[in-house]
Design a protein around this ligand. Structure first.
Ligand SMILES: Nc1ncnc2c1ncn2[C@@H]1O[C@H](COP(=O)(O)OP(=O)(O)OP(=O)(O)O)[C@@H](O)[C@H]1O
Length: 261
C-alpha cells in the first residue's frame, strides 16, 4: 500500500509549522524523514497518523483519503509509533500490545485466541517476550520502545509510521529494530535522527528543513556534503562501508566563520 502526502500544510495553535509537503512512500518501501531538531518531522508525521488534521493538502493510502476514513478503518491500515508515547496508566506489557488488536475486534471487544497469539508473536519479534507480565511503567526506555513497536506490529497494518523508532535503543537493538522494520515488507515512513542508520536502512530519504522538503531521493544522492553543511551545519565526509558498499558519513563541526577584522 502506497502513502501519498500531497501539498500538506499543518498548523498548530495558529502557527504553520509544515508547508506544502509532497512525498510518496511506494508500496513496501522504507522511506526516511531526516532533518534538524525542530524542522517539523514530528508535526508532519503526527498529521500522517491522524493526531493532527491538515490545514491544507491530503494524506492518501493508495487512493483513499486517510483523514476521511473512520477511525477503525484507518487503524487497520496504519499503525504509528509516536515520539513521546504516554501511557498514563500502569498497564501490563501484554495489555499494551493487545491495544494493537482493538481495530480488528468487533462486538465485545474481547481478544480471541488468534489475537493473543498475534500479540505473543509481535512481542517475540522485538525480543521482548520475557517482558509480557511486567508493568509498562516499570520498563526501561529501550524496553518501552520495543513494546510499542510490538503493539504497532500486532495491529497488523499495511503501513507503519514511526517517529524515531531507535530512540532509547542500544546499538544492537537499533540495528535489530530497523532490520525488523525492513523485513516486515510493510510500507514504512520513519523519522530518523541518525543519518548513518537512515542511509543503511532507507530506500529513499526526504530532508525537511524549517517545515519544507529541501531534498529527496536515494540516500547517496541526498546526503551530500553540501546539503549536510547547509541543513545540519556540519562538515561531512562520505565513505563506503567496506563490506556492503553503503554510504556512511563521518562528521566534524564546520569551521567557525572568520571574525571580521
Ligand atoms: N504546539 C506547538 N505550538 C507552537 N510550536 C510548536 C508546537 N508544537 C511544535 N512546535 C514547534 O514546531 C517546530 C517543529 O516541531 P517538531 O516537533 O515537528 O520538530 P522535529 O523535527 O520533530 O524536532 P526534533 O528533531 O527535535 O524531534 C518546532 O520549532 C516546535 O517548537
Amino acid at each position: 500500500m502506497r502513502i501519498d502526502v500531497t501539498d500538506l500544510s499543518v498548523e498548530v495553535a495558529g502557527n504553520r509549522l509544515v508547508h506544502d509537503i509532497t512525498l510518496r512512500a511506494g508500496s513496501g518501501r522504507v522511506v526516511g524523514l531526516v532533518g534538524p531538531n525542530g524542522s517539523g518531522k514530528s508535526t508532519l508525521l503526527r498529521c500522517v497518523y491522524r493526531a493532527l488534521r491538515p490545514a491544507a493538502g491530503t494524506v492518501r493510502l493508495d487512493d483513499a483519503d486517510l483523514h476521511a476514513m473512520d477511525a477503525r478503518t484507518g487503524a487497520r491500515l496504519l499503525a504509528a509509533l509516536p515520539q513521546e508515547a504516554s501511557t498514563e496508566f500502569d498497564f501490563t506489557v501484554t495489555e499494551v500490545v493487545a491495544m494493537g488488536r482493538l481495530p480488528h475486534q468487533r462486538g465485545s471487544g474481547r481478544a480471541s485466541a488468534a489475537d493473543r497469539e498475534r500479540c505473543t508473536r509481535a512481542l517475540a519479534r522485538v525480543g521482548a517476550g520475557h517482558l509480557a507480565g511486567r508493568g509498562f511503567l516499570s520498563l526501561s526506555g529501550g524496553e518501552k520502545q520495543r513494546v510499542l513497536i510490538a503493539r504497532a506490529l500486532a495491529q497488523d497494518p499495511r503501513v507503519l509510521v514511526l517517529d524515531e523508532p531507535t530512540n532509547h535503543l542500544d546499538i544492537a537493538q537499533q540495528l535489530a529494530v530497523l532490520a525488523l522494520v525492513r523485513d516486515s515488507g510493510l510500507t514504512v515512513l520513519t523519522a530518523l535522527h541518525d543519518l548513518n542508520l537512515a542511509a543503511l536502512h532507507c530506500d529513499e530519504l526526504y530532508v525537511i528543513d524549517r517545515g519544507r522538503i529541501v531534498a529527496a531521493g536515494p540516500p547517496y544522492d541526498v546526503l551530500t556534503p553540501e546539503l549536510l553543511a547547509e541543513v545540519f551545519g556540519v562538515r561531512a565526509h562520505r565513505v563506503r562501508h567496506p563490506e556492503s558498499g553503503a554510504v556512511q558519513l563521518l562528521f566534524d563541526r564546520l569551521p567557525a566563520p572568520a571574525a571580521d577584522s
